[in-house]
Design a binder for this molecule. Sequence first.
Ligand code: EPZ
Length: 419
Amino acid sequence: MKSLCIKGGKPLCGTVKISGAKNAALPILASVILSRGTSVIHNVPRLSDVNIIIKILHALGVDIYRREDEALVCTVKNESCCTPPCELVQKMRASICVMGPLLAKRQKAKIAFPGGCVIGERPIDLHLKGMQYLGAHVETKDSHVELTSEFLCGAKMFLGSEFGSTVLGTANVMMAASLAEGTTVIENAAREPEVEELAKFLNQMGAKISGLGTNVLTIQGVAELHGTEYRIISDRIEAGTFIIAAAMTRGRIELQNVSPLHLACVITTLKRIGVTIVEYFDRIVVEGNNSYSPTQVCTKPYPGFPTDLQAQLASMLAIVLGKSCITEKIYPQRFAYVNELVKMGASIEQKGASVYIQGGKTLKGATVFASDLRASAALVLAGLVAIGETTIKHIHHLERGYENLQAKLSLLGADIMYK
Ligand code: EPZ
């Protein structure tokens, strides 16, 4: 099992091109099931999660190959299978995205309960409720759920839990409603840019979705959807991770292929801490400074501070002198990284859904263990500033969501290699 070894203390300097967004690519690829003909999708990152959804789609009769120009060419060839392989579904939470398309296009979906990161409870009750609103018959068995429906009817629904809106739940209902009879209204819809991108992709395939970017989506069902060509937006979470990396190492990097608008809350937070950030239309220039201020942050659904950057921010606040606090409102147990940062000398105490950070410590290199995708990113950031060498085990978690991270960091001057 390979590890990632980092010798800390090098400021990051230079330019980095941000890859396509994993969380936009996964539902968009799943939505191909809804269409006839061929879709060409550009800027799909090379990630293990993307490989999983490609294998699932292959099993569901979709022919997919990566063209020389890196675009994915997807054509639905066979619509007989409605059961994605359970060993693949259990590897990745986002596999649940095939539920809505299978139900709407093939009138049936038999799906194992999805796996994914160990970041806390990952229920799918809202997905199932949304399908039931559209008229599906839902049967929950021990290890999987079966949904059937001769045809789906548009409905009005409120989609949310005590933790707020649901990103993939909104995606699933929007995809199913695209081929339902009549009009569907989703209140409390997720507003994440990745949900908006899926709506744009579906509309390009012939769907009739309005309210994009708001928390009320209206979908007028249509008879069929056709193939289209699309470019995946850049990954705002990867970009946020690099912004924090530049700030922590007190370097200066330019991020290319990013939309500052999608990072408004993150940029505001980091400027409040004392990071110098200049935003342009599709790039961001970040300059670290010598002194930063502690802060308090609460994660929220978009446009709030994203839960997917919570761990990375904690790594930064661990070296910022003073008392900081982060409260996690989406996944209250998403703190698996804390003990690993403490091993490196951080002073962090978890109380319920919050972590209290006594920042300003000098981190020291150690052997640490990644537990999930964003926790592994937090450990990489800590390793970049720690004194001595940090070895990160179970680094396969990182490759789920960061394309060529080691190479990108090396090009920026980091001393980081696989061993
Ligand atoms: C998406 O997961 C992202 N994954 C996650 O990113 C991200 O952390 C999350 O949205 C929140 O922004 C993808 O897009 C592939 P949710 P999703 O449904 O859709 C509760 C990463 O690191 N809930 O918005 O699965 C749920 O427990 C990953 O890239 C229900 O109660 O998240 C959570 O507390 C990790 N019932 C909250 O809602 C449901 O049926 C938000 O979950 C569904 C969700």
